[in-house]
Design a binder for this molecule. Structure first.
Ligand code: IPE
Ligand code: IPE
Ligand code: MG
Length: 243
């Protein structure tokens, strides 16, 4: 099935994806885990093109978590180099497509300086694009994001620019990495795992969750459309009742 069977009036505003299963994809083919990460590039770009074709405005993909540093050093090194190369080779294409590329996560710490520079350059290059915002969660953890928000709120309170008794949902949302980003309507996780893995903990509060067995390197736009079709069959309530 193609995008033809999607309801154009109910395309989610924001889709978040956990791109999982690269290692298992490679192992099943007798390849090294890192070859699975490399094969994920085609999956990502087919999905981005498919998302643009249906007018999706926000897409956020989990590329590297704050916990992924626990992996063997050569895999971590590969992922860092791979992401740097991907930005270098593909940022013009994304720019021409009208995609604004952004990053959420901790930029300091163990992220190599050259990767950080590539991230900054890509954000500047594409910052005026309006068609879609593609956000990479990179060195990202949902708890780290909330810790960082708490620190920044506490600093404002200490400077007496904020009254602690007036802290509410909006205060916290304003201190997240991308305060202008709407909450995801739909979360897709590949590879048959049924967990959040510290992704967008605050932002996913009312997202619809769709899980698929497809391993990330095999994921294509049709799988995105399948997930959106599933989303369109769901009834969202946000804690209320239907009248
Ligand atoms: C997702 O694939 C990519 C990253 C976490 C960087 P994995 O590498 O987690 O693949 P599996 O889950 O081990 O198959
Ligand atoms: C989540 O996948 C992080 C990314 C896809 C980048 P993981 O493979 O790291 O998550 P767990 O370890 O299965 O929970
Ligand atoms: Mg995994």
């Amino acid at each position: 099935m193609t995008e033809a069977s999607l309801d154009p009036a109910r395309i989610p505003r924001h889709v978040a994806i956990v791109m999982d299963g690269n290692g298992r994809w490679a192992q099943r083919k007798g390849l090294k885990r890192t070859e699975g990460h490399a094969a994920g590039e085609e999956a990502l770009f087919d999905t981005v093109h498919g998302a643009l074709d249906i007018g999706l405005r926000w897409m956020t993909v989990f590329a590297f978590s704050t916990e992924n540093w626990r992996r063997p050093l050569d895999e971590v090194r590969f992922i860092m180099n791979f992401n740097e190369g991907l930005l270098l080779e593909r940022r013009e294409e994304l720019d021409e497509l009208g995609v604004r590329v952004r990053f959420i996560g901790r930029r300091g710490g163990r992220v190599p300086g050259r990767v950080r520079r590539r991230i900054d350059e890509t954000e500047s290059l594409t910052e005026r694009n309006k068609r879609m915002t593609l956000t990479f969660a990179f060195n990202y953890g949902g708890r780290a994001e909330l810790v960082d928000a708490a620190r920044s709120i506490a600093r404002e309170a200490r400077a007496r620019r904020l009254d602690p008794d007036k802290i509410n949902d909006k205060t916290i949302a304003r201190h997240l990495y991308a305060p202008d980003m709407p909450d995801p309507d739909l979360l897709v996780r590949t590879s048959g795992e049924f967990r959040i893995s510290n992704y967008l903990l605050w932002e996913l509060a009312y997202a619809e969750l769709v899980f698929t067995d497809v391993l990330w390197p095999d994921f294509r736009r049709e799988h995105l459309y399948d997930a959106i079709r599933e989303y369109q069959r769901r009834e969202r309530r946000f804690g209320g009742v239907d009248e």
